[in-house]
Design a protein around this ligand. Sequence first.
Ligand SMILES: [Fe+2]
Ligand SMILES: [Fe+2]
Length: 365
Amino acid sequence: MAVEIPDIDALKKYLEEQNLALQMEMGAGRQSKVLKPFQWKWEDIEPAVVASGKLVRLAENFEDKGGVLRRDTHFHNPRNSPNANFPLRLGIQYVGPGEQAISHRHSAQATRFVIKGSPDAYTLVNGEPFPLNDGDLVITPHLNFHGHINNSDTYVLWLDGLHGAGVGATFTEEWPEVKEALQTDRVDEAMRIWGGNLGLPGRGGEARPYHEVVHPAGPQVKNDESTIHPPAFRYPWHQTSAAFARMKQKEDEPNPFDCYTLTYRNPLTGGPTLPTAAWEMTMLVPGFKGRDHRHNSSVIYYCFQGSGVLVVEGERFEWSAGDFIELPAWMAHHHENPHQEDAFLAGWTDWPLQRLTGNFYYEEF
Ligand SMILES: [Fe+2]
Ligand SMILES: [Fe+2]
């Protein structure tokens, strides 16, 4: 061996020159990644979101560099160490009256949970208009073109939950026309094809192959067919709330941890909403106090209706409608509803990814 490496400094220098790295377990003093729970109050969020609608303009077309393609307010958790990222992300998107967000598609999968909607506001997925009513969930799986039109006289808000953006190569492609036309004759087409995903198994039509909607001028990207991607789909709040009402009416035994919880299911497989992430809705009945538990999946909670308490490792987060809470993986927690009304928590969670990778663990106390 011709190269002399006499000491640790020389070794570090040599490693750097050769594009190598030596992993050294340092024990005490090692820089560890820290994720902590955090709560954002709606009263603090709302002014920023509303101001973004006034101060930031949506682009008219892709050459319009003075405007933005999406107006999305994100969350920054100040308690996390700088080297750690929460694995799930939500943004609050604002579309003003009469505005249209230009259509595009990308390799990340997207979901929208509607905070403040209108029957005259739509997400277009492959040209199909999905009405955005309060509490609806609309999924736009990856490679599906999607844009937004607000024909109402007030602004609309929803949560953008994206997943899979950082896996492998990513890309974005713009819709070839400047603005997509609103095809009103196709409203609720998915409901007609797939049913509400609350009926009997076997109901529904054939999966519409995604490549039918790829524009001939665009890249001819194909999905791996071993993964069953869900169709573009809307879960109306009136159906979700009716499902909870039925559980309550039938006096189903509440789960000791999560009271009544529903997963928004892939209508093709009955599995989670997306292959790697899921939306869930939890109803905490008055007086409910759940048992402590922890799991190797993370959750961002959007406090949809009512009020309650999330206790994380002894720290109490008292929430009311509109708040957001990040719950990192593997932190013991439980839910409480000390109030007189049902409380609803929407959860954006990555347990499907943990299960796919054989990395899902949980512990009950
Ligand atoms: Fe998008
Ligand atoms: Fe939990």
